[in-house]
Write a protein that binds this ligand. Sequence first.
Ligand code: 13P
Ligand code: SF4
Length: 341
Amino acid sequence: MENISEQISDIRKEWGDRLLILAHHYQRSAVVKHADESGDSLELARKASQYEKAERIVFCGVKFMAESADVLSGADQAVYMPEMGAGCPMADMATAEHMESAIQYLNQVVTNWRPIVYVNSSAEVKACCGKHGGSTCTSSNAERIFKWAIDQGDRILFLPDEHLGVNSAHDLGISDDEIALYDPEKENGGLSEEEVKAAKVIVWKGFCIVHQAFTVAHVSKVRELLPEAKIIVHPESPKEVVRVCDAHGSTAQIIDYVKNSPDGSTIIIGTELNLIQRLADQEKGRVIVKALVPSICANMAKTNEANLLHTLQAWPEHQVVKVATDIAADARASLETMLSL
Ligand code: 13P
Ligand code: SF4
């Protein structure tokens, strides 16, 4: 009797290029090894639109990523998730209804607002962004997309991650007093008209539990114990943490940082643990890679070899991710704006 891994490989071979398996960098290594492509959110969004021969796409990641794959792939390609319960709590912190009321309020005060939506958001939120002439972004290209809006003379409403919004604005030289926080739980986001007028960038009050766990105290401790080490964190980390680290970047940029580090370096990383462990294994003997503190995405961890195999054997109808046609059209507009920039 073959083990699970061998069974997955056999089915993978049988399907040839009619099947595409995609895995995000935060997936466990046992899943990543079966992927045709692994990558960060931006890379995977591009890949989903490029494999035209794939009849079925199996997305090992979280729901918003599979939705983007469905929106960007052809109408005759079906996207499956091995575990439908793999969501993203941060994506759930913004609804299209709340976003629409935010835009209505902000436009009553000043009219030049451009929505920029992090890909970590629902298809409905991306559709609302598309309808209002905005673009999605990922942590790899947030700075570029922000610049695109600013160069057109626009102010930015960014959602749903406060930290990526603030860190990207800072990267472009926008100061704290030009950034305001919109709290969807409060009337008008808790912002007075004066505060809206003074803001160049308004960020949504949302966060990623995996990255918000990192603190300045964690960084100080590393500086004390390992003064030679370089520290890099994901920009979903709080600004206070990003500012005391040596670098910040998306998962793909973190990988490049490690690969380009001189032999013998020690690199401490603040992001999801699966990626850090894989990098530590790959670079063993050349550089030392460690976690700032272990932080795990419980939703990414829901996909494993057992449920991947089940999907490949049974192709359950309820595991198909399908975005409604009207929502998909507007969501595609915001994703395609990003991909074209
Ligand atoms: P990136 O892959 O864009 O770095 O995003 C990280 C993340 O949190 C995905 O959920
Ligand atoms: Fe969502 Fe954070 Fe997990 Fe990414 S790491 S899927 S942002 S909860």
